[in-house]
Ligand binder design. Sequence first.
Ligand code: UDP
Length: 349
Amino acid sequence: MPRKILTIVGARPQFIKAAAVSRAIRETDGLSEVMIHTGQHFDSNMSDIFFEELDIRKPKHHLAVNGGGHGDMTGRMLMAIEPILVAERPDWVMVYGDTNSTLAGSLAASKLHIPVAHVEAGLRSFNRRMPEEINRVVTDHLSTLHFSPTSTAVANLAAEGVSKGVHHVGDVMYDATLFATSKAEQGSTVLSDLKLRPKAYVIATVHRAENTDDPGQLRAVVQFLQERAKSHSVVLPLHPRTRQAASRMGVNLDRLQVIDPVGYLDMAKLLHHAVEVYTDSGGVQKEAYFHRVPCTTLRDETEWTETVTHGWNRLWKGPERLTQREIEEYGKGRAAFDIAKLLASNSAA
Ligand code: UDP
């Protein structure tokens, strides 16, 4: 019998990471996979498009849980996930990153004594006001296998007493970027559609609660981008949360080239040809490096410290970028295969 992996995803970055790992699982002997989509992100341009473009099999279970506060959303996910785990009886539950879907999945599984494998284990901002930080810390302490993208993440886990089952595999987002970039170069027409010339525009994303929940903060971020728009077009694929916040708070987005969220291939093409990246996204900070485009992070700290120490990234209120050096930490684009191999060979289940 192949070892059964039950993957739980729900938000955009998780579809992208799971796509890389699912492909590797399909190509690894001794593994089978079943997927739950919690429904946390549900718009077609925040969910369906990633399944189509990245060749992810249709999830067997779709929970349609979204909206509401953290407790409400996480609670409904827990209630919906538990009976599925009881019926599916997987050998591993696999969760990604740091969303409410990650937390609900790891909590439901560990209460049923099903071992949890966490992809992107050990990241820390050391800012407990971020909901993502709470989700990461709890998930890491409930997991049996920890797939860490960087040695800093491994050290963070060690500092919390977590050293068993920790594997520095590199970053599955790099695998995803390699998969998308060549496809995007051939298939995406986004630059001509948006009338953009390579290296003549900036790409920006904003969606973190710390930037969208407070009107003063959102206004400051938008003004920062508007200042940048004096010399280059600033293309802003707007996350639904930010669109709602800006409209509710009356924050004016003039002078920014606001577009709907784009699919992963268009995003890869937009990043690849940008002159600079401005973002509060974890994934986009690293993708900027994968495309060798300098990044400014619209936050006061980052979990991806190596992007700063190696000169590709800076914090918006921090010092200038350092001298650029290559980052070895993220691996060679084989992280997903290493994860699949470890799942196939690990007998903790
Ligand atoms: N992304 C995308 N389309 C967009 C904006 C972002 O495909 O319009 C991708 C981006 O390239 C990255 C991922 O979404 O791979 C990041 O997701 P997000 O910023 O929502 O989450 P985070 O990385 O902060 O957890």
